[in-house]
Design a binder for this molecule. Structure first.
Ligand code: XMP
Ligand code: MG
Length: 187
């Protein structure tokens, strides 16, 4: 679906799908350059489920470098909308990353709590390197100690949906990125 299909649920459209894909392709070219000749072994892309499915699909297909695709699922303990900072791995990697070059592929970084936890966890496994690519980044992320090497778009602090990002399981299949109208979550 595109924005026109859910236009009454959005307060504005931030980026159209093709624009997002062009930016992801630019990052892919940078990643190709950065990893050229770095290792005999393929780069490992680690996607964070479920939000990173679209960015993983677009990034991996734009790369000219060989890569393996792996997935992790992480959940925050506790309920509500604020993250407790205590996280739990729901699905772990199916490969050993010791000595490998790892690139974490994220949909969005807000406070960076999820990412900090994930990076510490991955580093403890002895990879050759760990870098991060995210499609979107919110302003709060500036407080996060994790260095994010590849950023698609810096966006406002509003709650956004589309391009893999959901509200209550919906809008992941929206090709564009839009700000969800607050009336959707207050009704
Ligand atoms: P932290 O704060 O740990 O949060 O960086 C990252 C995770 O929070 C979710 N998130 C969002 N999901 N629209 C969404 O659909 C948003 O605007 C949004 N902001 C944060 C997301 O799961 C992300 O991985
Ligand atoms: Mg996520």
């Amino acid at each position: 679906m595109d924005s026109a299909d859910v236009i009454s649920d959005l307060s504005r459209v931030l980026y159209q799908g093709p624009e997002i894909q062009r930016q992801i392709a630019r990052l892919a070219a940078q990643i190709d350059d950065d990893y050229a000749g770095l290792s005999e072994q393929d780069l490992i892309l680690v996607g964070v489920l479920n939000g990173a499915v679209m960015v993983m699909a677009d990034l991996s297909r734009s790369l000219k470098t060989h890569c393996q695709m792996e997935w992790m699922a992480i959940s925050s303990y506790g309920s509500g909308t604020t993250s407790s900072g205590v996280l739990r791995i729901l699905k772990d990697l199916s490969v050993d990353i010791a000595g490998r070059h790892v690139l974490v592929v994220e949909d969005i970084i807000d406070t960076g709590l999820t990412l900090s936890y994930l990076i510490d966890n991955l580093r403890s496994r002895g990879p050759a390197s760990v870098e991060v690519m995210t499609a979107f980044r919110k302003p709060e992320a500036s407080k996060c100690p994790v260095d994010v090497k590849y950023v698609g778009f810096d966006i406002p602090a509003d709650f956004v949906v589309g391009y893999g990002l959901d509200y209550a399981g919906r809008y992941r299949n929206l090709t564009d990125l839009g700000v969800l109208d607050p009336k959707v979550y207050t009704r």
